[in-house]
Design a protein around this ligand. Structure first.
Ligand SMILES: *[C@@H]1O[C@H](CO)[C@@H](O)[C@H](O)[C@H]1NC(C)=O
Length: 286
């Protein structure tokens, strides 16, 4: 028993080390496609993705995570970004995969980006909520965060929660909590649907389009060799309050503010889309 406990402890220490070491795009991510259009710059401090008429580009995390509080700063494609989509998401693999999505849908100059969010559990999504932002996301870097713990998923923008998706497994609703996920991001052309329902196409005269990333931070459980540092309830882990974090009353107030003023689509309010009745999580009280 002592030896298996020390193996658990060794995994725990290793995971903690990995999770708290200073983030660096060279260590934490790999460019996966785009034939030179994705670039890691400044010794790993910065990353840029670009899109032109021939191709977009993308990257993914080296690690897989099972739960985490993950921050990334993004500065989106400026000017006329119509038709472009910058996707930033967590996903597991396979047909019954789990996924937690941010997607930034570009727009013509002066018109607002749409921040699209979705949650997939065991291969099923259809849980879209969309927002406009209270700032111009192309002028400066802003922090987009995902809090993912066994009780809830919270999407945050500059620390303001915009959406909470609770674990309602007790009501028979699947929740992502068994499949480790990687972080993915890509910049690609989606002019068929992205901007104003596909009416506005990409203006290739503006290409290449570029989105920038920096200050990645993961307080997360790193999945390694079939084991995760949060797998064992007997190992106390300091500095991981996020594992049980809930929204306090001030945060709930901020979320109500964001949803009241900036939410432009909510699947839970789209009755015509669900003639058989709204998805169970929309009506269940937790
Ligand atoms: C683009 O701007 C229009 C007009 O303000 C707005 O309705 C739409 O939600 C914006 N976003 C996208 C992705 O079309």
């Amino acid at each position: 028993m002592a030896s298996s406990n020390s193996i658990v402890l060794a995994f725990f220490l290793l995971a903690t080390l990995i999770a708290t070491s200073r983030a660096n795009f060279n260590n934490d991510f790999a460019i996966t496609w785009g034939d030179g259009r994705a670039k890691i710059l400044n010794n790993g401090d910065d990353l840029t993705l670009s899109l032109d008429k021939s191709s977009g580009s993308g990257f993914q995390s080296t690690n897989e995570y099972l739960f985490g509080k993950i921050d990334m700063q993004l500065k989106l494609v400026p000017g006329n970004s119509a038709g472009t989509v910058t996707a930033y998401y967590l996903s597991s693999m396979g047909p019954t995969h789990d996924e937690i999505d941010f997607e930034f849908l570009g727009n013509v100059s002066g018109q607002p980006y749409t921040l699209h969010t979705n949650v997939f559990a065991q291969g099923k999504g259809n849980r879209e909520k969309q927002f406009h932002l209270w700032f111009d996301p192309t002028k400066d870097f802003h922090t987009y965060s995902i809090l993912w713990n066994p009780q809830r998923i919270v999407f945050l923008v500059d620390g303001t929660p915009i959406r909470e998706h609770k674990n309602m497994e007790s009501k028979g609703i699947p929740f992502p909590k068994n499949q480790p996920m990687r972080i993915y991001s890509s910049l690609w052309n989606a002019e068929d649907w992205a901007t104003q329902g596909g009416r506005v196409k990409t203006d290739w005269a503006q290409a290449p389009f570029t989105a920038s990333y920096r200050n990645f931070k993961a307080d997360a459980c790193v999945w390694a060799s079939g084991s995760s540092s949060c797998g064992s309830g007997s190992v106390p882990k300091s500095g991981s309050e996020w594992l049980t974090q809930e929204l306090d009353s001030a945060s709930l107030e901020r979320m109500r503010w964001a949803q009241k003023n900036y939410m432009v689509y909510n699947y839970c309010a789209d009755l015509p889309r669900f003639p058989e009745g709204l998805p169970a999580e929309c009506t269940a009280t937790s």
